[in-house]
Design a protein around this ligand. Structure first.
Ligand SMILES: Nc1ncnc2c1ncn2[C@@H]1O[C@H](COP(=O)(O)OP(=O)(O)OP(=O)(O)O)[C@@H](O)[C@H]1O
Ligand SMILES: [Mg+2]
Length: 1024
């Protein structure tokens, strides 16, 4: 039997989660029947549609019934609940398996998109796997008369290319289980525990056991479960005695790791690339799917990379092989997840094209029995024949009888093996069942702590009871009065729980980290129901008090991992402020950086703990970088979380991007794990052995961007010189230095232009040459050098569209270094594009920190155009070319401004024409000499205007300097109340002076302009 069928693909959209609701997210996904459309939130016209076999709307239109089930709000509503998903996908899988086909169900999607919800489910909302097991055993019971069924269950996890048996009772195999290949069987996991099951509750209990193993592995090894793939294998053997056929099918149920990891670390440049092994299985799965999709459309594909990863080896038959396969792609409907959701849909679309060739499988075991029986018949026949022929020898008879007995034993062994296995599994199950019952009883009698995991699926799995008396909590498990927890930063004896007269306290022991409700505690703390505990670097537990204190409902689900981390961040002063109008109004860019921050925070704590335990001497700290600091218009609202890494001994500093840190953290875990293994094996530790180029805690030193300053270019458009004292601000708003800089309009040979060259209308520059010099005079008060005199600095800058920055020469060991750096720029044909740039942008001056051992930054002059005199050309295109460039490059807002400008120009020119004609009419009426006088009015007015503009610019520069001085003034850290009061008084005086000065400047300009206009009118009055 042979059939060719495509992989079936379903998509499912989940409800908004808390983060998305907080962000006031918009739903950008819509569904009609089995088609789904996704809209680009930045461009509403841009929408993509996809068609799949099934599409499930689980985003809205649901209610929670009294048993906690999510059901459609009204009968026949569009909400797709767990039942309807099972009807379509689960029943099909079951049907296939019962027919003897292999079947596979894969869940793919970004972290938190609902893979585990669909596959396993939460609480009463059971997912596909438990429902499938229910129905499977129901089908087995219903057809008992016609067939005999055997079901085997296994559960494994693939983490970092290592296979972990989640049902194993023994200790974990270092390096994981081996994946082997046999011609008949294909790839399989050697030594994987395969448990025979006879009922759905038995399978559920095994799944619970597997989840528990996953949870402890995740906390012990600080591995992140969202990065691991979970695979459940159900083997179904059916013996149809009447027809003497046996069918065997494997059902693979796969909950894949969060898909976003595949993209995020792959794209990041890091010296240590190996971190991408986090995603090797996922990336390879993508490659296999792409290749198979190409095969399906008739493209020539030389090689399908099944062998490149553990996951694809184990799923080989599911993809392009002997299996009927279904993929469920889960999506978040929120605008903030657009990129990920679109990439999930594209992935699913490719998977849809894969063609499999499923066959009904005959069981090898049954064949073996059949073969043995046939051989026995042959042997018996031969024995009989020998007897009839009367020439049998005793040796031959003995040998034949031995063979017969051996075969019969083998047949019996094969047949009784199942019985034995079932008995063993039942015993196991009874034991586990007793444990669960015992745990439930304890929960009703004693307080306990409950684990909270980043993966909601693993939260609440571990319960540690605190009975009356005093209990040590820590790594120790030797003492009878101890509670054992394992994890990073947990000491042998970490803290003491006291449960006396129904009063619960927690006392940290010396040197241990204990945090209650976000606050670090060093003395005894009394515990209340639902208090949040963090032990060590990141072992998170929720305290559940005596039943009498638990109140009704007792829904602890709101205390999820995010809650713990937000509370911790709030204690460090990082929170979403109350300044906005409401929770739904928070700036999305702030939300994004906030969630990044709370996501990275626990990872940071773990990384620092590993650094400490491995004696790396490296300390990591999260920083929020404000991208407006590097934006030439100063507009960019985006913020970015980065990691500042400091090697304490040499005061070396690095700044890592988020993706690089995540990659490194993964590698650190590997190094740490290796170290733990060696320690437990009693070997000499390898602190220093790791070669530097493989050390994730280390990097070669590089220049570091310390901060930036904006030097606004507007004055150049008027050819007015500008001198500034700029404050160089670091990413967190700290003052890194003061930089003295100038912009000097000049002539071709670099000589500064005089006042007469000041322009009133910048458009006079259009099509003409503009020369100017950027002068960087001196830096003052460099914090970077003040901290360590062995350091140096450079200033980097780039103008207009230059792709490569230019740098000043490096200056070392000086807190106030003289730079005296002068660069001459020229635009050969000034375009509107350049004028707009000058009037609305700044040159961003980057302050780069140099450290001992790092090389200076060099200006790359390859792409820079220069005149023979060494003048940098920033624009040389003629007016026609620039017009083309403008059309393609300018953003909408600039275009709008341009239109305004054009309009104003038109008005001016029509006024000019009108003026001109009026003047002509006048001169026609009067004598010719007066015309000369009237022509002389304009230049003299312009000169006056230019002079007052220049005065205004100069006074504004000094006002700006004063503002900077004001901003820099801070009271001394140890000032007392009186000194603080004096400081505030003084600051208020200065502020008053400042505002007066500002007023004066503006009113002086107003007066000047009014005077000029008046004079102009008078003159034209006299002339008329
Ligand atoms: N269809 C749904 N209806 C209601 N809640 C859902 C649905 N899908 C997901 N959720 C909720 O969203 C949260 C995250 O879902 P889930 O744990 O299934 O994500 P995941 O894709 O498995 O993530 P990870 O890759 O981290 O394992 C859970 O709290 C879950 O209850
Ligand atoms: Mg999951």
């Amino acid at each position: 039997m042979h059939s060719k069928d495509c992989v079936k693909v379903a998509v499912r959209v989940r409800p908004f989660n808390k983060r998305e609701r907080d962000a006031g997210s918009r739903c950008i996904v819509s569904m009609v029947l089995s088609s789904i459309a996704i809209q680009d939130p930045r461009d509403c016209q841009n929408s993509r549609s996809f068609f799949f076999d099934y599409a499930y709307w689980s985003h809205s239109g649901f209610a929670r019934d009294s048993s906690g089930l999510y059901v459609p709000e009204e009968p026949g509503g569009r909400y797709a609940d767990q039942d309807s998903v099972f009807q379509d996908l689960g029943e099909g899988i079951l049907e296939n398996a019962l027919q003897g086909y292999n079947a596979t169900l894969l869940a793919y999607g970004q972290t938190g998109s609902g893979k585990s919800y669909s596959m396993l489910g939460y609480g009463p909302n059971k997912g596909l796997v438990p429902k499938l097991c229910d129905r499977l055993f129901q089908a087995v019971r219903e057809s008992q008369e016609t067939r005999q069924c055997q079901v085997f269950f296994s559960m494994l996890e693939i983490y970092n290319e290592q296979v972990v048996d989640l049902l194993s009772r023994g200790s974990r195999t270092p390096g994981g289980l081996r994946v082997r290949e046999e011609q008949q069987r294909g790839f399989y996991v050697e030594g994987l525990r395969i448990v025979p099951c006879e009922s759905a509750p038995q399978v559920e209990q095994l799944m619970e056991q597997g989840t528990r193993t996953r949870t402890t592995a995740a906390t012990h090894m600080n591995a992140n479960s969202s990065r691991s793939h979970m695979l459940i294998i159900l083997q179904l053997q059916q013996i149809f005695s009447k027809e003497s056929i046996t069918k065997q099918s494997n059902i693979n149920l796969v909950d894949l790791a969060g898909s976003e990891r595949q993209r995020s670390s792959g794209s990041e440049a890091d010296r240590l690339k190996e971190g991408t092994a986090i995603n090797l299985s996922l990336t390879t799965l993508g490659n296999v799917i792409s290749s198979l999709a190409d095969v399906a459309v008739g493209k020539k594909v030389v090689h399908i990379p099944y062998r490149d990863s553990v996951l694809t080896k184990l799923l080989q038959s599911a993809l392009g092989g002997n299996s009927r396969t279904v993929m469920i792609a889960t999506l978040s409907p929120a605008d903030i997840c657009y990129e990920e959701s679109l990439s999930t849909l594209r992935y699913a679309e490719r998977a849809k094209r894969i063609q499999n060739r499923a066959v009904v499988n005959e069981s090898p075991t049954e064949r073996l029995v059949k073969e043995l029986k046939a051989e026995n018949d042959r042997l018996l026949h031969r024995l009989n024949r020998l007897g009839q022929e009367g020439h049998r020898t005793s040796n031959e008879t003995k040998e034949l009888r031995q063979l017969l007995t051996h075969n019969e034993l083998q047949i019996r062994a094969i047949q009784t093996l199942w019985e034995q296995h079932v008995q063993e599994a039942l015993k196991d199950w009874e034991q586990q069942y007793a444990n669960i019952t015992q745990e439930r009883r304890m929960m009703q009698m004693h307080p306990y702590i409950l684990n909270i995991n980043e993966d909601a699926q693993l939260s609440g799995v571990v319960k540690l009871f605190i009975q009356e008396g005093e209990w040590d909590i820590g790594m120790c498990d030797s003492s009878p009065r101890s509670i054992s927890v394992k994890g990073l930063g947990i000491q042998e004896r970490h803290a003491v729980f006291r449960n006396e007269q129904r009063r619960m306290t927690l006392t940290p022991l010396e040197g241990s980290k204990v945090n209650v409700n976000g606050l670090s505690v060093s003395h005894t703390a009394e515990l209340q129901h639902l208090d949040r505990l963090i032990l060590g670097s990141n072992c998170t537990y929720l305290f559940i008090s005596y039943p009498s204190e638990r109140g009704g409902g007792d829904d602890w689900s709101r205390y999820d991992y995010d809650y713990f981390q937000s509370e911790l961040a709030a204690a460090q002063g990082i929170h979403l402020g109350e300044t906005s109008v409401g929770p739904n109004q928070t700036d999305p860019s702030l939300l994004a950086v906030f969630y990044d921050y709370i996501k990275l925070m626990p990872m940071m704590a773990e990384a620092n703990q590993m650094s400490q335990e491995l004696n790396k001497g490296v300390e990591m700290k999260l920083e929020i970088k404000n991208l407006a600091l590097s934006d030439p218009k100063g507009h960019d609202l985006e913020k970015e979380t980065v990691v500042r890494v400091t090697a304490r001994a040499k005061q070396q500093v690095w700044v890592w991007s988020k993706a690089k840190f995540v990659n490194r953290k993964f590698l650190m875990e590997e190094v740490y794990r290796q170290h733990q293994l060696e320690r437990s094996g009693g070997n000499v530790l390898t602190d220093a052995v790791l070669p530097r180029d493989k050390d994730p805690f280390w990097d070669p030193v590089e220049p570091l961007l310390l901060g930036t300053a904006h030097l606004w270019l507007q004055s150049l458009a008027f050819r007015i010189p500008l001198e500034e004292q700029l404050e160089v601000l670091g990413s967190e708003g700290t003052e890194e230095a003061i930089l003295q800089a100038q912009l000097l309009p000049c002539n071709v040979s670099g000589l500064a232009l005089g006042e007469d060259n000041i322009l009133i209308d910048p458009s006079e520059l259009l099509g003409r040459r503009l020369d100017f010099q950027l002068v960087l005079d001196q830096c003052f008060g460099l914090r970077w050098i003040r901290e360590d005199h062995n350091r140096g600095v450079q200033i980097g800058f780039r103008l207009l569209d230059c792709s490569q920055p230019l740098y000043t020469p490096a200056v070392w060991h000086n807190v106030n270094p003289l730079l005296d750096h002068r660069v001459h720029f020229a635009s050969l044909h000034t375009s509107q594009h350049l004028l707009d740039y000058l009037q609305g942008s700044a040159v961003v001056l980057e302050l780069w920190g140099l450290q001992e051992g790092c090389t200076d930054l060099k200006s790359s002059l390859e792409e820079v155009r220069m005149t023979a005199e060494g003048v940098f050309i920033i624009e040389e295109a003629g007016p026609a070319d620039t017009a083309v460039a403008d059309a393609s490059e300018l953003s909408c807002s600039v275009r709008a401004l341009q239109q305004d400008l054009e309009e104003m120009k038109n008005i001016t020119s029509s006024l000019r024409t009108e003026n001109h004609s009026l003047r002509e009419q006048l001169s026609a009426a009067r004598t010719g000499g007066e015309g000369v006088r009237s022509r002389s009015v304009r230049p003299s007015c312009d000169a006056e205007f230019a002079r007052s503009l220049k005065v205004f610019y100069h006074s504004m520069t000094s006002v700006r300097c004063q503002l900077q001085r004001l901003r820099r003034r801070r009271p001394s850290e140890d000032s007392n109340l009186l000194e603080l009061r004096l400081f505030v008084d003084e600051q208020s005086h200065l502020l008053k002076d400042f505002s007066e000065q500002l007023e004066q400047c503006v009113s002086a300009l107003k007066q000047d302009v009014a005077a000029i206009v008046r004079r102009k009118r008078e003159r034209s009055g006299t002339s008329s």
